[in-house]
Design a protein around this ligand. Structure first.
Ligand SMILES: Nc1ncnc2c1ncn2[C@@H]1O[C@H](COP(=O)(O)OP(=O)(O)OP(=O)(O)O)[C@@H](O)[C@H]1O
Ligand SMILES: [Mg+2]
Length: 261
């Protein structure tokens, strides 16, 4: 059970500095927080440090300054297995399933720290992802990109996280599968899981999130509600301008495909 009060944020990153190589920081002071029940979006240019931020929170990149807290408790620098036990779930951008294992075995890996709860949790997760139940014995390596994303998200949910970190869940998917992914993410969020989602599909991300942050050069450059950022002239000019043209082109292309079908 959570001991968080209604107002206490679930996750707070304060003035986070982190990097891979000695003397070179990729994060130069990131401030991001997720309150209970929020769906937080993180957008920003390639190389801004979005994945690095999630990896730093999840103990995969060393933190050189600042802090991370979970429901008021300091979790700065904790290792991933400890974070998972404490209620942090993470779905990385790539390589997020065990390809040689079956779907069911992948889900088992998600809850290896509480093996007794596996069967009950599996039933719950199969309710959210019925397609995975039908294919439970299939090797994850033989699945489509969208199905793999489902397996990865389902695995992260096996431990009932209080906050779920998602790195580009819609990347590489067709527009229809992207929509499914966004809707499922929001459903999971509305069921009570706070979500921090990095997305390259910035407009769509701003449409569905409660609040968002623009990360640029390792700093949080802008923040606001999804709607505020989507309408902010500076954000549009700097981060959404070319994407808006892409969206229009994509919509036009879809119309052509629809007509063909
Ligand atoms: N393992 C690593 N070792 C050294 N540098 C790295 C490593 N991973 C990422 N970087 C560097 O950190 C910077 C930020 O990368 P990061 O992957 O966090 O960006 P991003 O915002 O997620 O970009 P994208 O939108 O392309 O996914 C980049 O300059 C990248 O080259
Ligand atoms: Mg990334």
């Amino acid at each position: 059970m959570s001991t968080a009060t209604a107002e206490e944020p679930v996750l707070v990153a304060k003035d986070l500095h982190a990097g891979y190589l000695p003397g070179i920081n990729i994060l130069n002071g990131v401030n991001i927080e997720a309150r209970p029940g929020e769906l937080i979006g993180i957008i920003g240019p390639n190389g801004a440090g979005k994945s690095t931020f999630l990896k730093a929170v999840f103990g995969q990149v060393s933190i050189r300054g600042g802090s991370v807290s979970l429901k008021g408790a300091d979790i700065t620098g904790w290792k991933p297995n400890r974070l998972v036990r404490a209620g942090v779930g993470f779905v990385p951008q790539t390589n997020n399933v065990f390809p040689s294992l079956s779907i069911e075995e992948n889900l088992q890996m998600g809850i290896y720290q509480k093996p007794k709860e596996f069967a009950a949790q599996l039933e719950k997760i199969f309710d959210i992802f019925p397609v995975l139940a039908d294919r439970r014995s299939q090797r994850a390596g033989s699945l489509s990109g969208g199905e793999r994303q489902s397996v990865a998200m389902a695995r992260a949910l096996m431990m009932d996280p209080s906050v779920l970190l998602l790195d580009e869940p819609s990347a590489g998917l067709s527009p229809v599968r992207q929509d499914e992914t966004f809707l499922r993410t929001r459903r999971i969020n509305r069921a009570g899981v706070s979500v921090i989602m990095v997305e390259q599909n910035a407009r769509r991300c701003l449409q569905i999130c409660d609040r968002a942050y623009v990360l640029d050069q390792g700093r949080d450059a802008y923040t606001g509600t999804g709607r505020e950022l989507a309408q902010d002239p500076k954000v549009i000019a700097l981060y959404l301008g070319t994407l808006a043209a892409d969206v229009e082109a994509e919509t036009a292309a879809n119309k052509i495909i629809d007509t063909d079908a």
